[in-house]
Write a protein of this length. Sequence first.
Length: 313
Amino acid sequence: MYHSVFIGEVMVELPMTESNNVTLNVAGDTFNSAIYFKRVFNESQVSYLTAIGTDKFSQRISHFAEGEGIDSSLMLKHRNRLPGLYAIETDSQGERSFHYWRDRSAAKDLMNLAFNHGVTLDNADLIYFTGITLAVLCAAQRQMLLDFLEESKAKGATIAFDPNYRPMLWEGLEDAVYWTQKAYSLSDIVFPGVEDHAALFGHASIPEIVDFFSSMSPLEMILKDGVKPVRVVTPFEDTFVPIVPITDVVDTTSAGDGFTAGYLACRAKKMSVTHAVEFAAKLAGTIIRHPGAIIPRQVMDSDYVDLLSSSVD
């Protein structure tokens, strides 16, 4: 059975409505991706590696994950810490602003817990992490994570990485650049976006980003630039895939997480890069037409039936 592992932080989410009402959800960039990956590739095993507490909110997180079919055995329990918390406000155009309480979240001690528990990912086919996964850790634990990923890669895992740059989480730009480059260097599949690369490296175009990766040679680059065609570069092809712009946007939360999950799941199912991008963009378009980071499963409507029921060749 195909086994993917997503690594990061899952938090308690408090989305605010226009009437200032608040609901209680759970979310986090790689957690959102894990959920959508499992929905697209249901017959696979999807595990989530993180640290949570022993409190009721942490139990809510693990129960939600299990309800979505996620293996929660790698959701490590921290005896003295709670999960992070964030509130999210969305404007009339669907753009978001966030407010975080995560300075002492359990996930900030993830790699120490993983080391103490003797966690290994010997049977993982795919491991996915992001710049947020790195940013919430201290420098020592970032290196522990990268060493951990190197070991997993040597055992046959494919490593996928999205910089998902959030300046507020980093000590400064220099640190973000340093760790992002290290993550890129060990990754097989990368999701660089023009907006992130402009902020991190001063790159102004897709060709500049492609040149940047020439010395690293990842197996797949999925280069995103807003509503412009997605460029996918592999050792065998260099393809531009048009995407259909979405006009009826409600909430852009987790659109990128859904895109990444859709792409990775399609590729795990042995689909072409073109079909993977087309489906990933369609999934992201569905997500942004509904409120919240993780939309109800029933919203993934009949258009997805053929893909959701297909298996790896």
